[in-house]
Ligand binder design. Structure first.
Ligand code: SF4
Length: 274
């Protein structure tokens, strides 16, 4: 079924999965997005992405590192400012990214690109791509830098959306494969055996992603109820101040029954839970 004028991105899909109310606020309410809540991981992620962008544009790691440090010193960034563990982590993640970048045999590199694939049925696949390389051997590769904790299955979907958008925007020949990677710089430091999440993708895989995306987009578009689903993610939600359900969930409790291990004399039955 056609879904007119609908855009699908990884961020939009993960918001839909995480909390329908947050999805409504962000994509349907029309309200201006409140500022990001102060979050050390969020500030570190933005700082490292700025550094990685400048690393390519200035071709100079010292300049890029200075830009990263400048960003972290700014007002509002105190939770990740100098003297904090987050500040030191940001520098370590950046240094790891410099090492990864130096090993890429790139002929041409693009950074921080907003890419899209407009389908004939009205669905746009959108991806903000941290880095795309045309490699010296003629192959294409896209990278998403990560500095937090990820779910691999969701990351795969992100990499597949990047593939579709990048294949269109970069006019990758139909016969050329493309590699998309999620490089988790935090994990690279923590685990010497770490390998990035990698997808080797052909044109037919992009067709599969389109079909998958059309079906998911239809589910999202036809949803009419947007229940709050509070959880740890409320601490990072821009709409927290507008959402009484988050507080209600924090106060709510239920009286869990005392469940004892069954014995031969008294086996637990479902009635024990009444
Ligand atoms: S505060 Fe929590 S429950 Fe409320 S919209 Fe945000 S994520 Fe959803």
């Amino acid at each position: 079924m056609a879904v007119p004028g609908f855009f699908l991105s990884y961020t939009k899909l993960s918001t839909f999965r995480r909390c329908r109310k947050q999805y409504w606020f962000s994509y349907l309410s029309g309200q201006p997005r409140p500022p990001d809540p102060p979050s050390a991981p969020g500030i570190v992620g933005k700082a490292v992405h700025r550094g990685m962008q400048l690393l390519v544009e200035a071709r100079n790691a010292s300049i890029a590192r200075a830009e990263l440090e400048l960003y972290l010193r700014q007002p509002g960034h105190e939770v990740a400012g100098p003297g904090t563990e987050a500040y030191e982590n940001a520098l370590r993640y950046f240094d790891a990214g410099v090492e990864v970048s130096a090993a890429i045999p790139a002929h041409t590199t693009w950074v921080e690109r907003d890419l899209r694939h407009d389908s004939a049925n009205g669905i746009t696949f959108f991806a903000r791509v941290d880095r795309i390389d045309l490699l010296e051997d003629g192959a294409y590769q896209a990278i998403d830098w990560k500095t937090g904790i990820d779910r691999d299955d969701w990351t795969d979907e992100q990499l597949d959306i990047i593939h579709v958008a990048a294949r269109s925007a970069a006019a990758v020949p139909a016969t050329s494969p493309m590699t998309t990677m999620a490089w988790n710089l935090r994990e690279k430091i923590r685990n010497p055996e770490y390998v990035p999440r990698t997808r080797h993708l052909e044109r037919d895989d992009a067709v599969h992603t389109l079909r998958w995306g059309f079906a998911v987009a239809e589910t999202m578009r036809s949803t009419t109820e947007f229940q709050a689903m509070p959880g740890n993610h409320c601490g990072y939600c821009n709409w927290r101040a507008h959402c009484p359900e988050a507080d209600m969930a924090a106060r709510a409790s239920w009286e869990a029954p005392d469940i004892v291990a069954p014995t031969e004399e008294a086996e637990a039955t479902p009635d024990d839970l009444d």
